[in-house]
Design a protein around this ligand. Structure first.
Ligand SMILES: Cc1ncc(COP(=O)(O)O)c(C=O)c1O
Length: 348
């Protein structure tokens, strides 16, 4: 049986959140002398002399409507990387606990675990980049507190089978984090729709990909109200800046434009998926449910440097176990993709 209080670090259970000036005064006033701000104004523009809403109430209310969850089920982070870090700090005792991830996968789970002195358990994805569920469950130890599942997975691009995630959610009594950074490009339902069913489920999403807001740093974690309230307790009080809160609220009103952009990216992805296998230097093109494609080429380092010479940067993943020979290529604009295809076609 999953019991959140059993896995939260004792110091986190005991501690109180920082009480900010904006928390302590709730009424309306005309003169604010409570937060040591600059009341003369801001050199960056009106309003920015004031601290932002630490609870991001307006933003969460709108996201809740759009995503069909309660505002209390949403945590907002300075990128989803901040949520990853806070999840470790919430449940993993440094030097004692461990996490399990499924390489080849997103590198920040490992970096963040190392930073927090959390032992790493790695179970390699299968040849089809799916989860070997039995092996994962055999590897779970009493100290294993989090299992990270990236779906669609970075860098392989594929969705992880629903049943595998369900099996792990049912059998594992720690947190199961499903990272859906690329879900908007996939033809799949988000795991946010299953939150009621699984009290140990945490779903990560981000505004950095489909929403095109990587520079603003806004990530989301969806989970039970109990989990979210702990994340809120341990986050830095003003982790989402005012500009990001405002711009994200504006962006959320542009749902049609988002749909159009996703459609265009998916269309471009499909064109690349069709064209790449015909090129002589390409050995294999993996199916993709994301906005990037994993491509196995005959000479990955040569191809990487050759593309660089042409002014095209891709990600060389060929040294990652499970991705031998592979480059990860983000889907660009129509023109960028044409130039990429042309360049790869001319590779000798
Ligand atoms: C799977 C995955 N999760 C999370 C992130 C980080 O997202 P953010 O920009 O919200 O920190 C990335 C970024 O590339 C990613 O690939």
């Amino acid at each position: 049986m999953f019991n959140l209080n059993d896995i939260i670090r004792p110091n986190v259970l005991k501690m109180k959140a920082y009480s900010s000036a904006r928390d302590e005064f709730k009424g309306s006033a005309s003169i604010f002398l409570d937060a040591n701000e600059n009341n003369l104004g801001s050199l960056a523009g009106e309003k920015y002399n004031r601290y932002p809403d630490p609870h991001q109430k307006k933003l969460k209310a709108r996201i809740a409507e759009i995503k069909g969850v309660q505002p209390e089920q949403i945590f907002l982070g300075n990128g989803s990387d901040e949520a990853i870090d806070l999840l470790f700090r919430m449940v993993c005792r440094p030097g004692q606990d461990s996490m399990l991830h499924l390489p080849p996968t997103y590198g920040m789970y490992e970096v963040s675990a190392n930073l927090n002195e959390v032992a790493l358990q790695a179970v390699q994805l299968t040849g089809e980049y799916q989860i070997p569920v039995e092996e994962v469950l055999l590897n779970v130890k009493p100290t294993t507190k989090i299992i990270f599942i990236c779906s669609p997975n970075n860098p392989t691009g594929n969705l992880i089978e629903t049943e595998s995630i369900e099996d792990i959610l049912r059998a594992f009594n720690g947190l199961v984090v499903v990272d859906e950074a690329y879900i908007d490009f996939a033809d799949a339902r988000s795991w946010t729709s299953r939150l009621q069913e699984f009290p140990n489920l945490v779903v990560l999403q981000t505004f950095s990909k489909a929403w095109g807001m990587a520079g603003l740093r806004l990530g989301l974690a969806f989970a039970s109200k109990d989990i979210i309230s702990v994340l809120d307790k341990i986050k830095p009080p003003y982790n989402i800046n005012e500009a990001t809160q405002e711009l994200a609220l504006q962006a959320l009103e542009r749902g049609e434009a988002l749909k159009d952009m996703i459609e265009e990216i998916v269309q471009e992805r499909e064109l690349l998926l069709e064209a790449l296998p015909d090129l002589p230097a390409v050995e294999h093109v993996y199916a993709s449910d994301a906005n990037f494609i994993l491509v196995k080429v005959t000479d990955p380092n040569g191809m990487y440097n050759y593309l660089l010479d042409k002014g095209i940067v891709v990600r060389n993943r060929s040294s990652l176990p499970g991705c031998e020979g592979c480059l990860r290529i983000s889907v660009g604009t129509l023109e960028e993709n044409q130039r990429l295809l042309q360049a790869i076609a001319e590779f000798k």
